[in-house]
Every structure is written in structure tokens, then in C-alpha cells.
Design a protein around this ligand. Structure first.
Ligand SMILES: *Cc1c(COP(=O)(O)O)cnc(C)c1O
Length: 355
């Protein structure tokens, strides 16, 4: 058995893979594959409706918000957000906590003005800035709740008098959030919700048309909302597999249960990193992510040695992103405590081998 610590696309529950593969052959006893059915069929319509219902239920989405399933990944949202809610001549405020956050700001700059309210680039994004001011005259404030590459996470939602937009690609559905604290939430599915190809957007309806810009229809949130995410052919299979994964999460007991598991998983791994003299965490303790655990060793030689041992122990995808180096264990919802223990065992075995 492989333990998949990949950052995204990433692990999903085995049951989900099994059901999805069955549906590729025969979807819901229709005699047709999920890959060939019409997106306008009543069977697929039921899938979209259930997927939306599960998102609303699991995240407790309040009234007045639309739940959309779009394409183009989180990267398309970097552009769609300002196109839809940044009026001509107005500015947007961005928090710079890493590559994804700065890419989001860069795209917004192509649409209008951007004020970066704070940045943690001075220490290679190993922490989340605090105590910054959010300008009340900006059209919105954007931040990234989990910094997938650096292993930092924002647990406390910033408070602002302006709309708050968050990129939750890598921690959506991993912990309890209060959706009403945000005006727009987006997440590429491939880290915690499903396979690549679908992007979740939860948007407060009063943001529709906010920028006053004339947009190509496909880039406007309202058209997608009005059409129930069926303005054009949606990513049928990705939505279907997301639905299976959301069902799995609900059957487990929902967000409250998975959050507890995620806390235990992260603590188990961070405890070993702190205890084991060969490893060192890279993120400031107060801002450590529960989804992406980043750590290094003293020399490239030691790192190569541990990577080889990890490979032997079927620990896959733990090489760190090139901008941080070392290791990154992505420990999303579907990764079991058993896989965490396998990694911890390998770290202890490495230490023993040096005695
Ligand atoms: C992976 C990731 C992205 C990029 O997502 P795409 O769907 O590939 O565009 C953006 N933001 C965060 C926080 C990510 O982890």
C-alpha cells in the first residue's frame, strides 16, 4: 500500500475511487458510463443537486449565498474575482502569504489597483502577518487561508468592514468555518474536495454585478448561478467524484469529526518533527498548517538519504516544493492516521539507523 502525501491532486478515500470506477462502467444502473451521459439528463441533474446540497449542509452555508461548480481552477478565480467585484478606478486589498496569494494579487493588478496590506516574503513566507490594517475604502480584501507550499494556515478570519474573499483551495472542508464571515470563498477541488477539474465557489449573492463591468458571460458569476452551474457543459466526472467524497465526509460525521482527526494527525507529525533531532519544521509554530506539514534536515545529503528510505517505505509525494526545499507532507482529509504513523515510523527508523 502506498501512502500518498502529494499536495494536489491528492489522495481521496479508497471507497470513492471504487464507486467512481464502477460508475465509469455503469452509472447508477443506467447502462451508460458517467463519462458519456448527458449533463442535461435527470440522472446528472440529481448529481449536481446533491453535490450542492452536501456542500451547503457540511459547511452550513447560510441563505443568500450561491454555491457554484466552475472550471479553470483556483487560478481562474484569481482573475474572476477582480473582474466581478472590483469596479473601474477602485482598489483591492491583498494579503501576501506566498506564491498563490501573490499570483492572485498579480492577476488582480491586471484588472485594477491592488494594495498589498502585508507580506511575509521577508522570511520566505514561514509565517502569517498579523496586526495589519485593512483599508476600508478598498472594494474587497483577499487572503489565502492555507499556504500549501509553505505550510502555514490562517485560523482566525480577519475582520473587515469590506467584503472578504478567501482562497480556501487547500483547507476547505478540513475544519469548521463560519461561511457568513466571508463574502466569497473559492477552492480548486483537487486538494480536499474531489479530483482536479472543478472549482467550488461560494458567493454572497449581493456581489453579483458589483464591478459594473461588462464581462464575457462565462466569466460572470451571475450567469453560472442563474444556470445552476449548467451555463455550459460542467465537468461532469469531477462533480460526480466530488459528490462521492462529500457523501463519504458526511457519513464519517461531517466537518466536526474530520477536524478532530486532522488535529490529531497534524499533532502526531509535528510532535515527531520536534522530538526527532534530524528534522526541523519550517513554519512558525503559531501558524503551522494542519494540511501541509513542511520540514527540513540539516544537509542535502541527509535529505536524500531520508527520501530514499521514505520511498522504500512507500511514502509518496513528500519532497518539498522547490521554493522551500526539504519535505512537505500533505495530510488532507482522506489521508489516514495510519499513513501518518508510517511516516513517523520511518523518521524514527532513520534516527535509530544513525546511532
Ligand atoms: C493549488 C492551489 C492553487 C492553484 O489551483 P489551480 O486549481 O491549479 O489553479 C491556488 N491556491 C492555493 C491555495 C492552492 O493550494
Amino acid at each position: 500500500m502506498k501512502h500518498n502525501f502529494g499536495a494536489g491532486p491528492c489522495i481521496l478515500p479508497k471507497e470513492v475511487f471504487q464507486e467512481a470506477s464502477q460508475a465509469v462502467l455503469d452509472f447508477d444502473n443506467t447502462g451508460l458510463s458517467i463519462l458519456e451521459i448527458s449533463h442535461r439528463s435527470k440522472e446528472f441533474e440529481a448529481v449536481v443537486i446533491e453535490t450542492e446540497r452536501l456542500v451547503r449542509e457540511l459547511l452550513n452555508v447560510p441563505h443568500g449565498y450561491s454555491v457554484l461548480f466552475l472550471q479553470g481552477g483556483a487560478s481562474q478565480q484569481f482573475a474572476m474575482v477582480p473582474m466581478n467585484i472590483l469596479p473601474e478606478g477602485a482598489k483591492a486589498a491583498y494579503l501576501d502569504t506566498g506564491v498563490w496569494a501573490s499570483k492572485a494579487a498579480k492577476e488582480a493588478k491586471k484588472v485594477g489597483q491592488v494594495e498589498v496590506v502585508a507580506s511575509s516574503s521577508d522570511r520566505n513566507y514561514c509565517y502569517v502577518p498579523k496586526g495589519y490594517e485593512i483599508p476600508s475604502d478598498a472594494a474587497y480584501f483577499h487572503f489565502t487561508s492555507n499556504n500549501t507550499i509553505y505550510g502555514t494556515e490562517v485560523f482566525e478570519t480577519p475582520k473587515a468592514s469590506i467584503p472578504i474573499v478567501v482562497d480556501m483551495s487547500s483547507d476547505i472542508l478540513s475544519r469548521n468555518i463560519n461561511v457568513a464571515d466571508y463574502d466569497l470563498i473559492y477552492a480548486g477541488a483537487q486538494k480536499n474536495m474531489g479530483p482536479a477539474g472543478v472549482t467550488l465557489v461560494i458567493i454572497k449573492d449581493d456581489l453579483f454585478g458589483k464591478s459594473g463591468r461588462t464581462l464575457p458571460t462565462i466569466f460572470g458569476y451571475e450567469a453560472h448561478a442563474k444556470a445552476g452551474s449548467m451555463y455550459n457543459t460542467p465537468p461532469v466526472f469531477s462533480i460526480y467524484v466530488s459528490m462521492l467524497n462529500l457523501r463519504w465526509l458526511k457519513a464519517k460525521g461531517g466537518i466536526a469529526v474530520i477536524e478532530q482527526e486532522n488535529i490529531v494527525k497534524a499533532r502526531t507529525l509535528y510532535d515527531e518533527i520536534e522530538r526527532n533531532p534530524y528534522f526541523r519544521g519550517t513554519a512558525d509554530v503559531a501558524d503551522r498548517s494542519r494540511m501541509n506539514v513542511t520540514f527540513v534536515m540539516d544537509t542535502p545529503e541527509l535529505e536524500a538519504e531520508f527520501l530514499a528510505l521514505a520511498k522504500e517505505r512507500n511514502l509518496i509525494g513528500i519532497k518539498g516544493h522547490r521554493s522551500v526545499g526539504g519535505f512537505r507532507a500533505s495530510i488532507y482529509n482522506a489521508l489516514s492516521i495510519g499513513s501518518i504513523n508510517a511516516l513517523v515510523d520511518a523518521m524514527q527508523e532513520f534516527e535509530e539507523g544513525k546511532k
